[in-house]
Design a protein around this ligand. Structure first.
Ligand SMILES: [Fe+2]
Length: 251
């Protein structure tokens, strides 16, 4: 089956719609969402309404979702993120608030595992180094592990033929074979599809991925959308100007 994999939507509806339309056209039959549905952007309800309608969806929440629900301390958030969390609290329907309340920051399915940050500390730890990957491997039962949080399309796995070495790198738009054994069991691999609504790798196109569970591959796709429309909505909502500017630069 093809799974559409996406994360860190951050209330950016134009980016979300572009990504979902693109992935639907590719024929995905299931969806994987790694959290941070809201925060930063101007369209929390539109994003959640669309996400709630996806069929065969495995989904978790992220630290921004938990902050909107007042379940995580705001002191670690920068001033722009904090302002957006406070704004979102008063611009979210009861239905969508209840939906967020039903999500966890880590989820294991019979086919894969989701954690917003890491399995060890799902809402807050950024998976950014080989050492963190090694530390988290014993905490996962079902591979692949899909993560978000860093807003970067990243891959972590043990290097082919060199189990002492971690292959850790940015993914570009090309098919990545995953470490699947001859018996079909997937080995340790962590995949971050990058961010839909606020990419931070200096590419302002929305980022997403496709996991092909039959072939055992993963591929990143970058999807352009109308950044200017979202910037105007951010300004009209009274959210910080910095949140509009950074979208143009992919930062
Ligand atoms: Fe995020």
């Amino acid at each position: 089956m093809l799974y559409g994999v996406f994360s860190d939507v951050h209330s950016n509806y134009e980016a979300l719609a572009a990504v979902l339309d693109y992935l639907e056209d590719l024929g995905v039959g299931g969806w994987i969402c790694c959290g941070d549905l809201v925060g930063y952007g101007p369209d929390p309800d539109a994003c959640l309404d669309r996400i709630r309608g996806l069929k065969n969806l495995s989904i978790i929440c992220g630290n921004h979702d938990l902050a909107v629900l007042d379940r995580i301390e705001l002191e670690w958030f920068n001033q722009y993120a904090r302002a957006a969390v406070v704004w979102t609290r008063t611009n979210l329907s009861e239905t969508n608030r209840a939906y967020l309340e039903g999500l966890t920051a880590r989820l294991e399915t019979p086919h894969f595992t989701l954690a917003h940050g890491t399995p060890r500390n799902p809402p807050e730890e950024y998976l950014m180094s080989p050492l963190q990957f090694r530390d988290n491997v014993p905490l996962v039962n079902k591979w692949p592990l899909f993560v978000g949080h860093s807003h970067m399309p990243l891959l972590f796995r043990y290097a082919e033929g060199e189990p002492d070495k971690v292959d850790f790198r940015f993914m570009e738009d090309k098919e990545e074979p995953l470490p699947r054994a001859a018996d079909g069991v997937m080995g340790p691999v962590a995949l971050n599809p990058g961010s839909v609504g606020q990419p931070r790798d200096q590419d302002n196109r929305a980022s997403c991925g496709v996991y092909d569970s039959d072939k055992g591959t993963f591929r990143i796709f970058r999807v352009p959308y109308d950044v200017g429309v979202v910037q105007e909505k951010i300004r009209a909502a009274g959210l910080p100007e910095y949140l509009a500017l950074r979208l143009a630069y992919g930062q």
